[in-house]
Design a protein. Structure first.
Length: 219
C-alpha cells in the first residue's frame, strides 16, 4: 500500500485523533470516511483512535462489500450512501459533540441565528428524526436532512459534517459544534429573535465560494 491511498489512510487516522483533540468526539463514538476510487475508506468498528493504524482503515465497495479482517464502522451505511449520492462530497465526519447532541435531543433544527450557518450550505441545519444507529432507516433520514446541505444533526445521536476534503469536513464539524453551543446559550437567555432571513444567508453562501486564500493573481 503506497502513494495516494497510504496518504489518505493516514489522513483519516489523523482526522480521528484531531476530532478527539478538538473535543468533538470521545472514545470510539465517531467515524470518518473518504471517497477512494470506486468505493470508500472508512474507519473500523470499535477501534481506539490512539492505536488505530492506516492499515486498519477498511476499504469498502459501493455495494457494501469489503475484504478487510476488521469490520467497518457500524455507521458505514450513511457514509456509503452520502458518498454514492453526493458528487460534491468526498469526505464524511460523524461524531457526538456535546452541544450538537444536546440540541438533537430536543429534535430541533438550528435556525440562522449566526451567519456562519451558511458554511453548512443553507439557512438551517436540519435535525433528522431518530432511527436506530447503523440502519438503512437512519441513512435515509440523514440523506433527507442533508439535501442541499453539508451538515445535519441526528436526533438523540450526534451530527454529520461533509466536505470536498477531510480537512473541510472536519472544519465544518468544528464550526457546527460552535454554532450549536452559541444557539444553546442563546436559548438560555430566551427565544432568539434575530434570525437572519433566507436571502441574507444565500448572499453569505455565495460569498463563501470565494472565501479563503487564493493563488497569486486570483481573487
Amino acid at each position: 500500500m503506497q502513494g495516494a491511498e497510504a496518504a489518505l489512510r493516514q489522513e483519516i487516522v489523523a482526522t480521528c485523533r484531531r476530532m478527539t483533540a478538538l473535543g468533538i468526539n470521545h472514545g470510539t463514538s465517531g467515524n470518518v470516511s473518504a471517497r477512494w476510487r470506486d468505493g470508500l475508506l472508512v474507519t473500523p468498528s470499535g477501534l481506539d483512535y490512539e492505536t488505530m493504524a492506516p492499515a486498519d482503515i477498511v476499504f469498502m465497495k459501493m455495494d457494501g462489500s469489503h475484504e478487510h479482517a476488521l469490520a467497518p464502522s457500524s455507521e458505514w451505511r450513511f457514509h456509503r450512501d452520502i458518498l454514492a449520492t453526493r458528487g460534491d462530497v468526498n469526505a464524511v465526519v460523524h461524531a457526538p459533540p456535546t452541544y450538537c447532541t444536546a440540541l438533537s435531543m430536543t429534535g430541533r433544527d438550528i435556525p440562522a441565528v449566526h451567519y456562519m450557518i451558511a458554511s453548512a450550505g443553507g439557512p438551517t441545519v436540519r435535525c433528522a428524526p431518530y432511527r436506530t444507529f447503523g440502519t438503512e432507516a437512519l441513512s435515509r433520514q440523514a440523506l433527507e436532512a442533508l439535501e442541499g446541505r453539508l451538515a445535519c444533526l441526528l436526533s438523540n445521536h450526534g451530527m454529520i459534517a461533509c466536505g470536498a476534503t477531510l480537512q473541510k469536513a472536519l472544519w465544518l464539524a468544528g464550526e457546527l459544534e460552535t454554532l450549536a453551543r452559541q444557539y444553546a446559550v442563546a436559548l438560555q437567555l430566551g427565544t432568539p429573535l434575530n434570525v437572519l432571513p433566507d436571502e441574507e444567508i444565500a448572499r453569505v453562501v455565495e460569498k463563501f465560494r470565494s472565501y479563503g486564500p487564493h493563488p497569486k493573481g486570483g481573487r
